[in-house]
Design a protein around this ligand. Structure first.
Ligand code: GRF
Length: 220
């Protein structure tokens, strides 16, 4: 497994995006491996997924720490201790502060179930339905201290269909999340994409937004 970028995946819940990353990392040609999964929720099902894949886990219950700074210090130490080179937030329900992010510059990703900058924060799919949008989707972005505000790397689009409820739209978006996140991790791991301040620089190849919007079978 040497030579592959070491991922630290931060979770709080079901961990279906973690599973997509674990599945991608199980492919011999994938340029990354999951070194550790850290959960702030002791009962997160994501921990079970990590155990099944034989990946080390750490539980850091944020409520057990006296301050956010103490929690984030322990989090950073767990990641550094596992040799993590790229941090992937996958349903991790805590904001990360500037001190934490400074320890992993340009090296923290998040996935969000909306076409940012629309509908940041909680219940993005519900917000989209309430606004009557005709397309929805997901976004992978570099993380800054704001709520889903960092530079956008890739997006995937899904239609909003008549009669959709929150569960139906969430499921349709989630299928695209599971496709998009490993694609972006591969681009970051291979150096095709990197963060420069507020910008995302792409070295070669099509931007992920274009790639995601193209229909299967359409020429690249
Ligand atoms: C996903 O919709 C992700 O975009 C959001 O939280 C959800 C986590 O789902 N940040 P899972 O835990 O990966 O199944």
């Amino acid at each position: 497994m040497s030579g592959r970028l070491k991922l630290g995946v931060l979770v709080s819940g079901s961990g279906s995006n973690l599973q997509a990353l674990l599945d991608a990392c199980a492919r011999p040609d994938f340029p990354a491996e999951v070194a550790v999964v850290v959960s702030n929720m002791p009962t997160a099902f994501a921990l079970e997924r990590a155990h099944r894949a034989g990946v080390a886990t750490v539980v850091l219950d944020h409520k057990a720490f006296g301050s956010r700074a103490d929690f984030e210090k322990a989090l950073a130490e767990a990641l550094v201790g596992a040799g993590v080179e790229l941090v992937c937030l996958a349903g991790f329900m805590r904001l990360l502060g500037a001190d934490f992010l400074a320890r992993f510059p340009g090296r923290v990703l998040n996935i969000h179930p909306s076409l940012l900058p629309a509908f940041p924060g909680l219940h993005a799919q519900r917000q989209a339905l309430e606004h009557g949008v005709k397309v929805a989707g997901c976004t992978v972005h570099f993380v800054d201290p704001g709520m889903d505000t960092g530079p956008i790397i890739g997006q995937a689009v899904v239609p909003v269909l008549p009669g959709d409820d929150e569960a139906a739209l969430t499921a349709r978006i989630l299928r695209e999340e599971h496709r998009l996140y490993p694609l972006v991790v591969k681009q970051v791991a291979t150096g095709v994409v990197r963060q420069e301040g507020r910008r995302v620089v792409t070295e070669a190849g099509p931007a992920l937004g274009e790639q995601s919007l193209r229909n299967p079978g359409e020429p690249g």
